[in-house]
Design a protein around this ligand. Structure first.
Ligand SMILES: [Zn+2]
Length: 276
């Protein structure tokens, strides 16, 4: 099956939601309730983490995942033969899904492809959506500035939403980088506490209680992508807003927490036609 976009404004009939056990502050039951409230006829099916659920051959999968790793943010490199240590690392992580992966970046499209290959044929249907929470941080290469940029979401089959990406991908308030630079100028590492204090309440941290609330909008983005081919909105107060800053995430997902009037109406129409 191709991942070509579908634009007939039809919501999926079934959504598989995959948990991410390394993110305890992700309360997946709340996401399920949110979806059922927004789309009452949606059949939401909860599953444990995607890789544990679908993987059959751990060695092969570890190799595939290691091959999607990005080595440096600059310059697009061809898929490289993974190193022995990288494959072993992935194997360890597959065996211990409760551990959060730190300091690794994956190419978003290659990672999505590796996940897609695990989906059984009978579940690769255009009326099914697979929404996968993962703690892996993925990025996409932008030709504009010839760099990789970390993302919170990769829409498609399956849609990937990164719980660590939510913390690491959107930029933190400017003060954060000013303090980092100040210390870097004298060759020192800034104290983490001072850094966090300077932007308190203006970013989402690992273990943050706001993670579940913030990710609801991203799940809806994946479903809008599924139905319309367009997951994002330009209205900064809409939960479909494509935020590039932490403060934009907080504003759209926590302060506002709702769809704009255009998308609210669009969703009502789609829910109405789903009932037929
Ligand atoms: Zn909107």
């Amino acid at each position: 099956m191709s991942s070509s976009r579908k634009a007939d404004r039809t919501l999926p009939s079934v959504v598989y939601l995959y948990d991410e056990p390394s993110t305890p502050s992700l309360r997946i039951g709340e996401i399920e309730d949110f979806l059922k409230e927004k789309i009452p006829d949606l059949d939401v099916r909860m599953r444990k983490d995607f890789l544990s659920f679908h993987s059959r051959d751990l060695d092969k999968l570890a190799e595939k995942l290691a091959a999607t790793k990005v080595r440096g943010m600059e310059g697009l490199k061809e898929e490289a033969e993974p190193l022995y240590g990288e494959v072993q690392f992935e194997k360890r992580m597959l065996r211990e899904p409760h551990r959060r992966i730190m300091g690794m970046l994956y190419d978003g499209f290659r990672l999505q492809q590796a996940f897609r290959e695990l989906l059984p044929e009978k579940e690769l249907r255009t009326d099914f959506a697979h929404v996968v929470f993962t703690n892996r941080i993925f990025c996409t290469y932008e030709k504009g500035d010839a760099r990789y940029h970390a993302r919170v979401i990769m829409c498609g089959y399956p849609s990937l939403i990164s719980t660590s990406g939510l913390v690491e991908a959107p930029a933190k308030p400017k003060e954060f980088y000013v303090i980092k630079q100040k210390y870097a100028a004298v060759g020192a590492e800034p104290p983490v506490e001072e850094l966090k204090e300077s932007i308190k309440g203006r970013f989402i941290d690992h273990g943050d209680e706001n993670i579940t609330q913030a990710l609801k909008g991203y799940v809806l983005q994946s479903l809008f992508y599924h139905a319309t081919g367009e997951p994002f909105c330009k209205d900064r107060n809409c939960i479909l807003f494509n935020a590039h800053w932490q403060e934009e995430v907080i504003n759209a997902q926590i302060v506002s927490g709702r769809l704009c009037s255009v998308h609210g109406e669009m969703l009502r129409e789609m829910v109405g036609s789903q009932k037929g």
